[in-house]
Design a protein around this ligand. Structure first.
Ligand code: NAD
Length: 257
């Protein structure tokens, strides 16, 4: 069995898939956790085909009871629990007048509650096992600066940075750290959907929609999921032991603070 176990939500595609594969490469046994268990299974299989250890777990992160049970299942099956990456999230474009109570509840529940239940369940497990675990949450560049047409999404990502800071303070005495990563514009299915919307609204194609994003990036290219996974690998590994309560911005230089 691998010495360390990582639990990655939204691991079936996009950034979560890249994080799962990178952490496996770094020696973690990885639980690839997603609503879409078939796709999560494909990622777990790819990891195993490369000599790593992985399992796929079906979970809706907004379900608190199920989250807690999934953490127990992973610790039981993989023999430890060391890192949680609360990566799953929804990213709808939401011009102000399009936000309904139903959409608000859905996105808040998955992005914010889904992260909070992860912090809660992981904390319980770290305490049970006496681990100095690491909590890593997906924020966003849109959770550092409010972006146009993203009022609902940005609100969830600001909230995630806030709850990460509180977790860092509350858990520091136990040696548990909590940090966030804030991607910029990453080539994933989520971003392709947004590019499609932007293109369609302007009467142009998806590629045009995507090209509108790169003009603000100092490094001159969109992010690959692997760029974000590398930052998460740093936060998951021992080199970040003295870092807590922080958001690492991985946006190719979209803003400077
Ligand atoms: P994506 O939509 O491509 O993939 C998200 C994954 O999460 C999917 O596999 C989906 O099935 C899963 N998921 C969705 N709801 C779930 C739920 N309730 N329970 C369990 N799994 C669920 O997204 P992505 O672009 O890879 O983004 C991953 C994270 O990074 C998100 O939190 C997103 O907000 C954040 N992020 C992405 C970008 C970007 O440019 N793509 C930028 C900033 C932040």
């Amino acid at each position: 069995m691998a010495e360390k176990v990582a639990f990655v939500t939204g691991g079936a595609q996009g950034i979560g898939e890249a994080i799962s594969k990178r952490l496996a490469k770094d020696g973690f046994a990885v639980a690839v956790v997603d609503l879409n268990v078939d796709k999560a299974g494909e990622v777990a299989q790819a990891i195993k085909d490369n000599g790593g250890e992985a399992i796929a777990i079906k979970l809706d992160v907004s379900d608190r009871e199920a989250f807690s049970a999934a953490v127990d299942e992973v610790a039981e099956k993989l023999g430890s629990f060391d890192v949680i990456v609360n990566n799953a999230g929804l990213g709808p474009t939401t011009p102000i007048d399009t936000i309904t109570p139903e959409l608000f509840d859905k996105v808040m529940h998955i992005n914010v509650a889904g992260t909070m239940w992860g912090v809660q369940a992981a904390t319980r497990k770290f305490r049970e096992l006496g681990k100095k675990g690491k909590i890593i949450n997906a924020a966003s560049q849109a959770g550092v600066v409010g972006n146009p047409n993203l009022m609902l999404y940005s609100s969830t990502k600001f909230a995630i940075r806030g709850l990460t800071q509180v977790a860092a303070r509350d858990l520091a005495a136990e040696g548990i750290t909590a940090n966030a990563y804030a991607p910029g514009i990453v080539k994933t299915p989520m971003m392709l959907d947004i590019a499609h919307q932007v293109g369609k609204n302007a009467g142009k194609d998806d590629e045009w929609g995507m090209s509108t994003f790169s003009k603000d990036i100092a490094l001159g290219r969109l992010s690959e999921p692997e760029d974000v996974a590398a930052a998460v690998a740093f936060l998951a590994g021992p080199d970040s032991n003295y870092i807590t309560g922080q958001t690492i911005i991985v946006d190719g230089g979209m803003q400077f603070h």
